[in-house]
Design a protein around this ligand. Sequence first.
Ligand code: ADP
Length: 262
Amino acid sequence: MRLKVQGVSFCYRSEDVVDDVSFDADEGQIVGILGPNGSGKTTLLKCLNRVLAPRLGTVFIDSIDNRDRTRKEIARQIGVVPQSANSSFPFTALDMVMMGRNPELDRFEKEKENDIQIVSKAMEMTNTAFLANRSMDQLSGGERQRVIIARALAQRPNIMLLDEPTLHLDVNHQIEILELITRLARDEKMLVIIVTHDLSLAARYCDNIILLRNGRIVSAGDVTQALTRENMAKVFSIDATIYYDERIGTHNVAIIGAIKDG
Ligand code: ADP
């Protein structure tokens, strides 16, 4: 499975907030989309699964233009974990995950044995089976996030899009979610695309990084190519360096300080 994004632009009003974005990504990879607030990360994510229709450009999955796929076909390809809202969910974790099967069911159709099996597998993979009968409102942030990932997995997608999946989570739960994401890429061969503004977590867990500023790609490549001192200064106005951390066996980012404007 291969995702090809070609010259995608999108505007809400007159100005493009995603501006001529192109990149390719393959199954088994974790791609991080990074940039400051308002740089167009969430909008780009929404263009990938056609929640928003790009003004220009094309998104191909396995050489098929998203425009030529039905909603149902796109849902089979792409699962989404939206930015967590603090809304209340007056239903159980099992109900929540079962909603991932909705694109496959006709209106008022009841889930079949096959759907139940897919949902069980998604809950097993995310270690949420034991939460099945608990109300979503009673779960911790990390548990709730795992259930929402399970809901996306229940669509059985090839691509997972996650918008700030670690926001509002304690640091131990952040690591737990990123390790789960790593397993989805490595073991299930999914393409995982995460939006984050956490440079350290991105350096640690992503294979490739796309750095966005004002809707445009400033740099794209593996973590050492993208997260250079120069690029981090340009995009985030910080003095920061990337280094290889022997203790964790991955790259990490040390933020030295903020760069004052002007
Ligand atoms: P990011 O995810 O990097 O914070 P967004 O994609 O959310 O950035 O936003 C990019 C730009 O588009 C911002 O200037 C934001 O104000 C604007 N924007 C986002 N959503 C809407 C909307 N629904 N209507 C109008 N403008 C929007």
